[in-house]
Design a protein around this ligand. Structure first.
Ligand code: ARG
Length: 459
């Protein structure tokens, strides 16, 4: 029974938050007259000593005491008699909720910071490859030319939205449940606002942010789900990036070369340089998605209010946090040690078929309806294919035979450099626009300015 119900083997990770919450709770109890000054001092000193022991690895966790909360409180009471008063007006139900919120607050900020580091790695890679054209794909078929920088900046955008989502999750995590008791508050004159302020559960103006219903406060874990959902999207974005890395590093593409330190050999085939890091990042997204499903399923049938089922949230949320942070870090390192193989990118981007759309748009500029232009160029593509030539090897007369609006300048369209100059709209892969985007990213990252402003200012 003890082995089955205990959680201390994993929730010991909440010890810092648990001790901080207890210190603040004791301070509040003293202010409202439920503890003497001496009792408060003993409790805080005792908790400090325990924190020192835990940090030094000297603390002996006891599974018979179930969880992190009971382990710390029991040890405190063994050391100082006033410890027996600490749980006044408190339950493990609001205690675990506050611990988890404090823990997630740090985690959200740290993950957001790590994502900023990843964005920096992406922008740096973009700056180093700003002039390198490469094919853009849809359906994994060559579509239109982009640049390597444009490609990597697409991921910078995704991770920016992820950071915004983490910021939004932070808003809802950053609310203090302490004072909700087991489920129905307390008859004692607890000062919830003081506790919230001391623990940093405040809005931008420093006003306390408190849960407003004690039953809700101890029984919902929607904030845990939101964190995991935002993290799952990070994992999915990382997984897509990892897939691109795997493809680009293959001999067939050859667009990038990964540093030796980030590849592994084969135990059998001497020539192998496997992109295991990227593959694991891709693979680990599965468990993060799984954790999200586990959390949602855990909550769906729970009657009000607290139920022990909720203990099952910890391992999921710890695993998600650890996994996603590790994946972000490894991807950052991987990208920082990746070389863009400009020649291979250029060779692939030189495929004139990538500019078939430009040819259609040429006709549009001459007043031809796009549908007709699309049809005409389609005929040209078929003709080139039939005669085993590239699209830019067709003669002007052949073009004109298919559409009279073609003039001698039509064949100049196939100059890739100029093609990249033509793409000027906002968000397009043209040279000037990509330069502008790189500057924008550089400025925003240097200012440490996430669009969603997660966390920072709140503390
Ligand atoms: N270990 C528990 C959890 O994670 C703490 C709360 C226990 N409360 C209780 N009434 N048994 O949810």
């Amino acid at each position: 029974m003890a082995a089955f119900t205990q959680s201390v083997t994993f929730d010991w990770r909440l010890w810092k938050q648990d001790i901080l919450g207890s210190m603040v709770h004791a301070t509040m109890l003293r202010r409202v007259g439920l503890l003497t000054a001496a009792e408060q001092r003993d409790i805080v000193a005792g908790l400090e000593a325990i924190a020192g022991d835990i940090a030094a690895g000297r603390f002996v966790w006891q599974p018979e005491l179930e969880d992190v909360h009971m382990n710390i409180e029991a040890e405190l009471t063994r050391r100082v008699p006033a410890g027996a008063k600490l749980h006044t007006g408190r339950s493990r139900n609001d205690q675990v909720a506050v611990d988890l919120r404090l823990w997630l607050r740090d985690e959200l900020m740290n993950l957001s910071e790590e994502l900023r580091g990843l964005q920096e790695a992406l922008v740096t890679l973009g700056e180093r490859s700003a002039a390198v054209p490469m094919p853009g794909y849809t359906h994994l078929q060559r579509a239109q030319p982009v640049s390597f920088a444009h490609y990597v900046l697409a991921y910078a955008e995704m991770f920016e939205r992820d950071r915004e989502r983490l910021g939004h999750a932070f808003e809802r995590v950053n609310v203090c449940p302490l004072g909700s008791g087991a489920l129905a508050g307390s008859t004692l004159p607890l000062d919830r606002e003081l506790v919230a302020r001391l623990l940093g559960f405040v809005d931008a103006r420093g006003r306390a942010r408190l849960t407003q219903n004690s039953m809700d406060a101890v029984s919902d874990r929607d904030f845990v789900v939101e964190f995991n959902a935002a993290a799952a999207l990070v994992a999915v974005h990382l997984s897509r990036l990892a897939e691109d890395v795997v493809l680009w590093a293959s001999t067939e593409f050859g667009f990038i070369r990964l540093a030796d330190a980030f590849t592994t050999g084969s135990s059998l085939m001497p020539q192998k340089r496997n992109p295991d890091v990227a593959e694991l990042v891709r693979g680990k997204s599965g468990r993060v998605i799984g954790n999200l499903m586990a959390l949602l399923t855990l909550l769906k049938g729970l009657p009000m209010s607290y139920n022990r089922d909720l203990q099952e949230d910890k391992e999921r949320v710890f695993d998600t946090a650890d996994t996603v942070r590790a994946c972000v870090r490894m991807t950052t390192g991987l990208l920082a040690n990746t070389t863009v193989q400009a020649a291979a990118c250029r060779a692939a981007a030189a495929d004139p078929a990538l500019l078939a759309t430009d040819l259609a748009e040429y006709l549009v500029r001459k007043g031809v309806a796009f549908r007709s232009a699309h049809h005409a160029v389609g005929l040209l593509v078929a003709e080139a294919e039939k005669t085993g030539r590239a699209l830019n090897q067709l003669k002007l007369e052949e073009l004109q035979a298919i559409h009279c609006a073609f003039a001698p300048d039509a064949l100049q369209l196939f100059d890739l450099e100029q093609a990249m100059e033509r793409r000027q709209t906002i968000g397009a892969p043209g040279r000037k626009e990509v330069q502008r985007q790189l500057r924008r990213w550089r400025g925003r990252l240097a200012a440490g300015k996430p669009a969603g402003k997660p966390a920072g200012r709140r503390r």
